[in-house]
Design a protein around this ligand. Structure first.
Ligand code: GRF
Length: 206
């Protein structure tokens, strides 16, 4: 009997993306288990969401661990999970963790990468830049995490209209709805082993 698909979820904030994964497991849409939630800071609501759902949590304060943060995460997840999901995670991952889990770490970013992505582009800042630029369409991207910042192969994207009267906040709200759909859809592709990566191209096999 094959073991259930196991994931680790990394968080740095409110955890609405984590919550969407929990809800999709409870509804039966995702056939996987969240083995642990790891955060890079204390006192974030994502940790309460995990505790409320009896999910083991680890807090690795980014200021304490600094450059060794990725190695510390590897100690926790190695041989324990099939996929690492960054869900509102803000610290840069690198080194052995990226190598050992090559192509099995995914991130959700609140824009259509390569627009409004990379160093310093996270949270509300992404939407401020989109409004400032005057784009007519924005959205979210789920991508493979490599050693860069938001640079890995793109798994899927979901687009939303940007309205004339939009503020960064109203756009953020519209994109967040799509993030919650996109992230679980991507996880499902991994559970069902449908992902194939050829150079930068991600193919979703039916
Ligand atoms: C979301 O916009 C997500 O795309 C970004 O962090 C924000 C907060 O996510 N990476 P969450 O509510 O903590 O899941």
């Amino acid at each position: 009997m094959k073991d259930i698909f196991k994931i680790a979820v990394l968080v740095s904030g409110g955890g609405t993306n984590l919550q969407s994964i929990i809800d999709n497991i409870n509804s039966g849409y995702l056939n996987c288990s969240i083995e642990m939630v790891i955060s890079d800071r204390e006192d974030i609501y994502a940790l309460k969401r995990a505790e409320d759902n009896n999910i083991k949590t680890y807090v690795l304060d980014k200021n304490t661990y600094g450059e060794s943060l990725s190695d510390e995460i590897l100690k926790i997840v190695e041989e324990k999970v099939d996929l690492i999901v960054l869900a509102g995670w803000l610290s840069h991952l690198k080194g052995n963790l990226i190598d050992r889990f090559a192509n099995n770490i995914i991130n959700i970013h609140p824009s259509l990468i390569p627009s409004f992505s990379g160093k310093g582009m996270y949270g509300i800042k992404v939407h401020e830049k989109a409004i400032e630029y005057g784009v007519k369409v924005s959205g979210c991207t789920v991508h493979i995490v490599d050693s860069g910042m938001d640079t890995g192969p793109i798994i899927l994207q979901r687009a939303v209209p940007v309205l004339t009267e939009d503020t960064a906040e109203t756009l953020q709200k519209r994109v967040l709805v799509e993030e919650h759909v996109a992230l679980s859809e991507a996880i499902k592709y991994f559970i069902e082993n449908k992902i194939e990566i050829i150079h930068r191209k991600v193919i979703i096999n039916s």
